[in-house]
Design a protein around this ligand. Structure first.
Ligand SMILES: Nc1ncnc2c1ncn2[C@@H]1O[C@H](COP(=O)(O)OP(=O)(O)OP(=O)(O)O)[C@@H](O)[C@H]1O
Length: 570
């Protein structure tokens, strides 16, 4: 047995050893939901609310009472009782007394406290709590407010606090906020609120673009949750759904929101399958990716097809390069830029580590050592290519690890199945390519391993951002070899800005030249994920050489025999 198999031998996940975590995948959700339901049993006097309905004044600065906008009479009655009860409790009172801001200074102070930076003119104030949204100042639709409280959201995240009012105000927005900070809800809620207004339905009124099918589906799931009980209809258009009955052009007119990927949409535009002229909300999720070379042409065509003069454009991502920001500015009208925390930074709930493995082969040793020490699943491992993903999978499956692999060569059904299984904790280790780096929300991921060094800084931020989401803690380990050293400066800087301890010599790594950047973007030649030891390789080579030599000898002998026969016959 070679050294690698020796190290990895018998490595298995032991459920009893991880008993404290196994329940994370199974039982916790319900408990959380019940808790948040309880916490969100917010209240209001419906009569007060109806009086105030006419006083809609977005972003006004007066104090307002807040509460839930429960619909049924019974619920309202319960709310009133709850209000009375709450008054006796100081803690509950604090919730009920949420207000919008009295002064610009107060709003500024609030932004500072929540690390919200805004750039632009006439920037609407943020809101402080979901009860604020239900107040007449924002007048969030009662059904949407109820959905917010029944999901699990108790406190808005900073990107939600600031971008929701901006979008409700009809302004274009470009928001850069950390991975896992709730950007999806930040753009969905104001769109749902606007589309909820009675209006003649003609065709799609909102369009949300995401770079991958998986992400489009995830956004649609959240949109469906948030819009439950409304008549709004959401359509996901992917290759897989193209053959659906629901996809014929007439039935499409009944949908309000379209969520799709650029390639599929451009095809649909060319085939005149969709009418985007009535779209009044256009969102690019992972906007920097969609405005990057790979997608730019398609994104451009989509912008052209959305021809309404009053369209509102919203761009969201955890990373924006200055170049993309400049580009985005050219397609937006008087936009407001939001930055939460620092631009292009990793989420601060992620513990980041760099691990030197020397060579490519050293990575497998490191990985097996980590498994032997005990890892807390679920774990996500990123590699550079489909080939390497497959190879690594074959190595780990023989170690008895509960592992799967996902990449674009797998069928759509397989991909969907793997994602579902990983979400519920049935798959413990998932090997993935860049396909999975952006947007996908697996709340419980404890560890991300960058088996292959990420090809861009943005990729690093998005990959590690699959852990440490929604306020949870997470860990990220990035392997690097001697060959990776020259490309590491960007990632080292991200780590330094996150407060990681970085050795002095790493801080002195030179900036990449444009040639180096290009080389890295294409992906270094890393060879195969191969764990055969040098000795075994030597033995195998010798054996192959001997077989070849024997074949050659036989060929020569046969040739000689043939020649001899020929000579004899002549
Ligand atoms: N206010 C909130 N309170 C609690 N959880 C929330 C809140 N808003 C969103 N979430 C949850 O946080 C998780 C991350 O949200 P989301 O996927 O929208 O993050 P993101 O910022 O888009 O991340 P990424 O940049 O990786 O795409 C989701 O599970 C979502 O349900």
């Amino acid at each position: 047995m070679d050294l690698f198999h020796l190290l990895g031998g018998g490595a298995r996940f032991d459920k009893t050893r991880f008993k404290n975590d196994v329940h994370l995948f199974e039982g916790e959700k319900e408990a959380n939901q019940t808790q948040s339901k309880k916490k969100n049993a917010a209240v209001v006097d419906p009569h007060v609310r109806s009086q105030l309905l006419d006083e809609i004044d977005f972003f006004k600065t007066s104090h307002t009472t807040v509460g839930s906008l429960n619909q049924s009479k019974d619920e309202n009655k319960a709310s009133l009782q709850e209000t009375t009860r709450s008054k006796s409790s100081k803690k509950a009172n604090r919730n009920l007394m949420s207000t919008v801001f009295d002064t610009v200074e107060e709003a500024k102070e609030f932004r500072k406290e929540h690390k919200i930076k805004v750039y632009g003119t006439d920037v609407p104030n943020p809101f402080r709590s979901f009860q604020d949204l239900a107040s007449p100042a924002y007048n969030l639709d009662p059904v949407l407010y109820r959905n917010l409280t029944t999901i699990k959201y108790t406190t808005p995240t900073p990107v939600q606090m600031q971008s929701i009012p901006i979008m409700l105000h009809g302004r274009d927005v470009m928001a850069c906020a950390p991975t896992g900070s709730g950007k999806t809800m930040a753009f969905l809620l104001p769109i749902l609120q606007d589309l909820k207004k009675p209006e003649k339905k003609t065709s799609y009124r909102a369009l949300i673009i995401a770079p991958t099918r998986e992400l489009a589906q995830q956004i649609a799931r959240e949109a469906n949750h948030l819009s439950q009980g409304t008549k709004l209809r959401i359509n996901v258009l992917t290759k897989a759904t193209a053959a659906d009955k629901s996809q014929n052009p007439e039935s499409r007119q009944k949908f309000d929101i379209l969520i799709t990927t650029p390639l599929r949409l451009v095809y649909a535009i060319k085939e005149k399958e969709v009418d985007l002229t009535a779209v009044k909300h256009l969102v690019l999720d992972e906007a920097d990716k969609l405005l990057d070379q790979g997608f730019l042409e398609q994104t451009d065509e989509i912008f052209a097809a959305c021809s309404s003069a009053t369209i509102q454009k919203s761009l969201f991502s955890a990373t924006f390069s200055s170049h993309v920001e400049e580009l985005a500015n050219t397609v937006m009208k008087n936009p407001i830029r939001i930055v939460i925390g620092s631009k292009n930074a990793a989420t601060d709930t992620i513990k980041q580590e760099l691990l030197f493995t020397g060579t490519e082969a050293g990575k497998m040793i490191a990985l097996r050592q980590l498994v032997q020490k005990g890892i807390k699943p679920p774990v996500l491992i990123f590699v550079q290519s489909i080939e390497r993903a497959k190879e690594l999978f074959h190595e780990l499956i023989f170690d008895g690890i509960n592992v799967e692999v996902i990449h674009s060569d797998r069928s759509k059904a397989q991909r969907d199945n793997i994602i579902d299984q990983f979400r519920v904790g049935k798959i413990w280790v998932l090997i993935a390519t860049e396909l999975m780096a952006r947007g996908l929300d697996f709340k419980g991921v404890n560890l991300v391993i960058n088996y292959d060094f990420p090809q861009t800084v943005a990729s690093y931020i998005h990959r590690i951002g699959r852990t440490g989401r929604a306020g949870r803690q997470g860990e990220a380990v990035t392997y690097y070899t001697q060959d990776d050293l020259q490309y590491m400066r960007g990632v080292v800087n991200v780590m330094k800005n996150s407060g990681c301890e970085i050795p002095e010599w790493m801080l002195n790594i030179k900036k990449m030249t444009s040639n180096q950047k290009q080389k890295m973007r294409k992906g270094l030649d890393r060879g195969h994920v191969d764990t055969t030891s040098k000795y075994d390789k030597y033995k195998q080579n010798k054996k192959n050489e001997m077989i070849e030599a024997s074949k050659k000898r036989k060929r020569i002998a046969a040739q000689k025999e043939k020649q001899a026969k020929k000579a004899k016959n002549e």
